[in-house]
Structure formats: structure tokens, C-alpha cells
Design a binder for this molecule. Sequence first.
Ligand code: TRP
Length: 343
Amino acid sequence: MTTSTPAVAPRVLSGIQPTADSYHLGNYLGALKQWIELQENYDAFYFIPDMHAITVEQNPQELHDRTISGCAQLLAAGIDPEKSTLFIQSHVPAHAELSWVLTCLTGFGEASRMTQFKDKSSRQGAEHTGAGLFAYPMLMAADILLYHPQFVPVGEDQRQHLELTRTLAERFNNRYGETFVVPEGFIPKGAAKIYDLQNPTAKMSKSGDNPRGLINLLDPPKVSAKRIRAAVTDTDTVIAFDRENKPGVSNLLVIQSELTGIAIEDLVASYEGKGYGHLKVDTAEALEAFTTPLRAKYEEYMADRGQLEAILQRGAERANEIAAATVHEVYEKIGFVVPSTMR
Ligand code: TRP
């Protein structure tokens, strides 16, 4: 109902990679929670970019399982397939098709300037860097431009890719006529930045140095409680919100506040005269109250593969309808002979 007719609600689109067994709390509080809110007022498209995942080497079984599990986690967290279009990138061939056209429209130097490519390739060394990593931003541009979204919620680390997407949309429009919406990136209001428990000035990330710095949504509450108890704080004893001087304590306050909805200043006031132990116990409890129902829903989705596949098939069909039409238009505009089966 939302896709084949022109959308009345503005459209948003975003993706999250399937590169860990569990999404972590930073993924949830920094992105997924906003995705879930956005689906109420936007025509939302969310997908798992498995094609992006293979830009670095993947174990096939692991990639397969993480893609399915990732979908189940998004649903368990609150992505509603009646409100959002949820799909797996490789189910929609148009992503690869448009990506090639956009790659041919991108300058070699332009792509070489992408900082994520430069970082990853310098870390891996040229011999271990696939050309897919170089093409990654153009695939991402295709992901976006296929669906004509007005807004693309992404983290700071994806800004430059979004800028390239806008550049490519404008370039295509100038060269071949108005085709693409030039999308806005935005960091949604209320997106919380969550830091590593062991290194509270670094963003919580699956690629952090110490697994104990992570809170995984699917971990048993006991494991997470232990990590929270072991979280780095400081030698002071006062519970206060001060990112600069008390990054560890501030991080725990933000986590607890985000999970409970209690304002940080109210939390701080309630801890007057109390020590870090209290803060950690309460934060672990708030986390448990949040992850217990999430894990139960996750298990339900994982136990009913038929239902999960039906949701993903419906999502792919809706996505495909729009994406194939965009590719068709693009192919005609650039001078490809469009076969009668595509018309
Ligand atoms: N590159 C994004 C990331 O790693 C994931 C992604 C792929 C994406 N395609 C996208 C995000 C399109 C937004 C829109 O976070």
C-alpha cells in the first residue's frame, strides 16, 4: 500500500551490516531505536546489506546465519513489517545493477578519497584489499538512490559516503535528466552515542580491542551484568555527568537513561551520596529488563523460519517493485536497449 503508489509519507532508508552474531547496544541506541521510531511517520525501508559484508572476507555459513539472525533481531527490537519494508539486499538484483552504472559515473580519484576505504585498505594492506572495498560507496549510493528516499539516517562514519551519494545523484540528474532524489543524511534526534565499557572514549564497536567493552543484545543478562560491573570508571567516587572528566560514569548514565527513559539529571540526583556499585547494578538491571523480552521475541522468530522467510519475501517484493522501475528508467536514460521483458 505504501510502495506502488507515490508515497504520501516521506521515505527513509537505512541498512545495517550482518557482520556479528549479535547487534550491540551501540547499534540499538545509536540507530535501531530511531529506525523504530521513524517507521511511525515515514515510509521506511530497512535492509541487511549482505553484499556490502562480502567486501571483506566472510565465512559463508557465518554470513548466512548472521543475515537471518540480523533480520530476526531487527524484528525483535521492534521493526514492524506492517509498517516498514524489511529486506535482504541480495534479494533485490537492482542493487548490483545500479551500482555498476554509478561506479562508471564515479571518478577513480573521487573513490580513492573515501576515508573508510583508505583506513580499511591501509589496515589490510593492498594485497588483501579487494576491489569490492573500493566499490563499496557506489553500492551504497545505489542502495539509496534506487528508492528515492528523502532521508537516510546514518552514523557519522557514513557521512562521506552519503555526500558521494548526493554528488552522484546530482551528476546523473545533470547528465541524463531529473531522475534521482538528492537525499539528506541525518543523525536522528535522540540518537545516543554509546562508548566502549573498557575504553569509554571510543565508540562501542564490534571491532573494539576488548570484547568485554561490548554489550551484545543477545548475550545472557549475567554476561552483560558482569561486563557492566567491570566497566572502567575513575578513581573518584562521585556520580556526575561529565563526558570529559568522567567518560565511563557518563556512559553508564546515558545507557541507563536511554533504557529507562529517566532523565540523566534525575538519575544523578538519585545517586547523591551513593557509589559506582549502585550505578552499575541499576544499569545492569535496566539492561536485563530491556533484553529479556527482546531475546524472547528473537527466539520466537528464529524458531519459525517459515514466518521469517515470508516477511523477508514480502519485503523483497515491495523493494523490488520500486528498485526495478528505477533501474529500468536509468537504463533507458543512459541508452541501454531495454528488453521487452523489462518494459
Ligand atoms: N555502509 C553502512 C554501514 O556500514 C551500511 C549501509 C549499506 C547503508 N548501504 C546503506 C546505510 C545504505 C544507509 C544506507 O553502516
